[in-house]
Design a protein around this ligand. Structure first.
Ligand SMILES: [Zn+2]
Ligand SMILES: [Zn+2]
Length: 172
């Protein structure tokens, strides 16, 4: 198979080899081809994933999209679909996994198919349904007026003139 070392890198990161990881692996490679970029050092490549399954790890490894960097966003819809955005040139598209052929019955068969089938056979390319998300914000923090714990500004809410963290807000 192509990119065998990259697949191994994904397995090492994810902890095991599985069909779900292979979906993300192929989606990330296809996206990389369509985007004509390599690893996303900063935030120029953004991914919105419509699931939080195994495959997301491969997208982090191959494209550098991660929750911590703010360029991997979850919009859970229970679909094997991933939208990609290139901030540098405004390009965007969405990959959605097609139904697999019925002939691929057992796990090994399915994995083999997922790793080797042509891109176009695995994924349909559609328009994105969401606008390009704004760049990750750096928020300041203030202590919650109730528990005193430092909390990002955007998570403090006003209740009777007190600025409360979400937990204290719910209790008040
Ligand atoms: Zn897995
Ligand atoms: Zn609090």
């Amino acid at each position: 198979m192509q990119n065998a070392d990259l697949w191994q890198k994904c397995i090492d990161f994810h902890g095991h080899s599985c069909g779900g990881l292979a979906i993300g692996f192929r989606a990330a490679l296809y996206a990389r081809k369509l985007l004509d970029v390599d690893f996303s050092e900063d935030e120029q490549i953004v991914c919105i994933t419509e699931n939080d399954a195994c495959g997301v790890d491969a997208i982090s490894v191959i494209l550098g999209c991660s929750a911590g960097k703010g360029n991997l966003l979850f919009r859970i819809r229970g679909k094997q679909a991933f939208s990609f955005y290139n901030r540098q040139n405004g390009q965007s598209f969405r990959l959605i996994l097609k139904a697999q052929p019925d002939s691929k019955k057992d796990k090994a068969d399915k994995l083999e198919y997922m790793l080797n089938a042509p891109d176009e056979e695995l994924f349909a390319v559609t328009e994105v349904t969401q606008p390009l998300p704004p760049e990750a914000q750096i928020y300041g923090s203030k202590p919650c007026d109730e528990c005193g714990e430092m909390t990002a500004d955007c998570f403090l809410r006003n209740k009777n003139g007190k600025m409360l963290c979400a937990d204290c807000y719910d209790k008040a």
